[in-house]
Design a protein around this ligand. Structure first.
Ligand code: G6P
Length: 512
């Protein structure tokens, strides 16, 4: 039996991400209830057997008092999680501001926000300062917990400053950084006032990873064109030091979805849904309520389809599940109203006394993705506290005839993978945006569309609904093989072992 303070035998992996994989709810002055999320990154890292993972990140709640912080730290510790406490003011300028109002839209080709373009340099500058400060706070927690031999894996656009902060204090630390969003063309990146600082900081890492080869190529071009550094087939070189840059496409824990379909409770959900939508083809969208997901464009394309092919009106239903996040950012609030308005109009136009063409559900969670902030937001909009748990989501995927993923840009989009994993019986069709990273892996099996072209998407809906069973089978098979072989575990293992090797190589070079 292992003593509580015994050193782990396996090498430790410190995973640093903006958010911890938990939802924390305060129950009393010194008590917390924690719900672990079994999301993509968690299950990926559970598969990495040779490392013992610890998580460092923000718990998503404001805890101003010491008693609350101590209690939360203790509760999280039991789940191998270490909190970074960010106060409301920092969250506002770092998370709502620089991360989600500046970097997120820019990296998804939506440009910089108008106000910042129009000379509010002070607000841009103050958000950037908060971003650096928050990254430094993450670095401080990593340093407190780091032990020699640990591998540190930093995640996403929130923490682009972290590799530099870590290496400045300890150059021997093995540091990897992975971006879960697209990295845009260098022509887009160069519009960012802090473009060079961010690139230089990321380059302090030993290994830099992206979902697709294109994103990696854009990053290398940004380093060569903006910083004047040299791009090599392996990465970027700066004064003899090489930062390796490569593509590591993420996957899902496909077995978890496939196994869930056999459970009696999932079969029960499936039967209910089949009965509820008998005689109608089911189309499905599952998205975070985010501008990049192209939800208005998707719904407008569905309206166009109903206009062009009216005989389908009472034979098809679109179920659109949306999970609100980042609800303090004004762009996200505007989007919610916009979606409500379009859905209302279409249901008014094409609905009957007994059926509506679109069911638009705002949920605080869909499967593993949960945002408690959505609770207050949904309540304010007069909605209900609704959740779609993992099992209900699997059932929904399984009864779907056509899944619609119309992201305007998306790092990868794992909803498309989850749908495929649950479709081995039905062999439904995936309509997939060519601007989602997943289009590079599921391209041959899906119907690829430009989400901005609503006529094209409307025609693809018809093509999907009338596709022959042979064609569906062929396309599904292609996707299914990909989703079940390129799993989340394989992704994490590959990145972590390359990170380990990269540093060893670098050290060897220094010793020679
Ligand atoms: C994207 C990002 C993640 C982020 C998630 C949810 O997938 O790449 O880092 O956690 O969106 O966004 P939220 O702001 O709610 O954490």
């Amino acid at each position: 039996c292992e003593k509580p303070d015994a050193r782990p035998l396996r090498q430790r992996l410190l995973v640093v991400a903006n958010r911890l994989p938990v939802s924390a709810v305060r129950k009393g002055e010194d008590s917390w209830s924690l719900e672990m999320s079994a999301g993509g990154l968690v299950s990926a890292l559970l598969g990495v057997k040779e490392f013992e993972a610890r998580w460092i990140g923000w718990a998503g709640v404001n805890v101003p008092d010491e008693v609350g912080q101590k209690a939360l730290t203790k509760a999280l510790g039991e789940k191998r999680c270490i909190p970074v406490f960010l106060d409301e003011e920092i969250v506002h300028r770092y998370y709502n501001g620089y991360c989600n109002n500046i970097l997120w839209p820019l990296f998804h080709y939506l440009g910089l926000p108008q106000e910042d373009r129009l000379a509010t340099t002070r607000s841009f500058q103050s958000q950037f300062e908060a971003y650096k400060k928050a990254n430094q706070m993450f670095a401080d927690v990593v340093h407190q917990h780091y032990e020699e031999g640990d591998v540190v894996w930093c995640h996403d656009y929130h923490l682009m400053f972290l590799p530099k902060c870590l290496k400045e204090r300890n150059n021997n630390m093995k540091v990897g950084w992975f971006l879960h969003t697209p990295f845009p063309s260098s022509e887009i990146h160069r519009t960012l006032p802090s473009r060079s600082d961010l690139l230089r900081s990321v380059l302090a890492a030993d290994l830099v990873g992206f979902h697709t080869y294109d994103y990696a190529r854009h990053f290398v071009s940004a380093c060569t064109r903006i910083l004047g550094l040299e791009g090599t087939p392996e990465g970027v070189e700066d004064q003899g030091r090489l930062t390796r840059v490569a593509a590591f496409p993420i996957g899902i824990d496909s077995d978890r979805f496939i196994r869930a379909l056999e459970l009696p409770k999932v079969q029960g959900h499936i039967n209910e849904l089949k009965e509820r939508f008998a005689g109608r083809k089911v189309m499905l969208g599952v998205d975070r309520l985010d501008m990049i997901k192209g939800i208005p464009q998707k719904i407008l394309a569905f309206e166009k389809f109903l206009e062009e092919y009216p005989s389908w009106c009472d034979k098809v239903v679109l179920l659109q599940i949306a999970v609100p996040t980042r609800t303090d950012v004004p762009e996200y609030q505007k989007l919610t109203s916009q979606v409500h308005e379009i859905v209302g109009r279409i249901n008014g136009r094409f609905g009957t006394l007994t059926a509506v063409p679109i069911h638009h559900l705002m949920c605080i969670s869909a499967g593993n993705f949960k945002r408690l902030a959505g609770l207050r937001f949904i309540a304010e909009k007069g909605g209900r506290d609704r959740s779609l748990d993992f099992f209900a989501l699997c059932a929904l995927y399984a009864v779907t005839d056509v899944a619609l993923v119309t992201s305007l840009r998306d790092g990868m989009n794992l909803v498309s993978y989850e749908f495929v994993a649950c479709q081995d019986l039905k062999k439904g069709v995936l309509i997939l945006s060519e601007f989602a990273g997943a289009a590079q892996s599921l391209g041959a099996g899906a119907i690829l569309v430009n989400p901005w072209n609503i006529t094209e998407v409307a025609d693809s809906i018809r093509q999907a609904l009338t596709m022959t069973p042979e064609e569906r089978e062929k396309r599904h098979q292609h996707n299914f093989v990909h989703v079940t072989t390129h799993t989340a575990q394989e992704w994490a293992e590959t990145f972590v072992s390359e990170l380990n090797d990269t540093v060893i190589e670098a050290q060897l070079r220094t010793r020679q």
